[in-house]
Write a protein of this length. Sequence first.
Length: 196
Amino acid sequence: MPGIIENLVNELTRLPGIGRKTAQRLAFFILSMPEAEALSLAKAIQTVKEKARFCSRCFNITEKEICEICSDNSRDKSKVVVVEEPSNILVMERVKSFRCLYHVLLGALSPIDGITPEKLKIRELIDRVKHNGIQEIIIATNPNTKGEITAQYINELLRPLGVTVSRIAYGLPMGSDIEFADEVTLGKALEGRREL
Ligand SMILES: [Zn+2]
């Protein structure tokens, strides 16, 4: 394989779920694309790296200081759904009946991997609860060990602040990831949330 193709294949194998075979297929597909389309793909990658930043309030991905969700006045601002990653917001947003605010932790607690509370956006969540008239925090961390530890930790910090803390009721097996939940399951999980 020519070095330049090999190089592209190596870059593509860095992507999640892309093995060497798929990477080769994608590399040859990119090679066959019209130049403008291929460059537009490259440009989109460059732009997202240059312009994407975290919302200073909820840590969602945005181009602005405050993200579109935080700026949306039609949302119920008394409820905040806590998720691990910005991509989880996209999943939760599929539930159209539930339009509230979010808070992204940017990870989950895992002391063994050095992910301590200070590494996550937990202090920022506490500040929001103290100052922004939030009545309920709905914890939607993943239904696995790290997600559960994180939910318990946050619950203990928030309870003394007089806010209702609930945990989303997943219809998902323990150890799974909310990325894979469908809209109906997530809608039920939100409705069936239980207070911690
Ligand atoms: Zn935001």
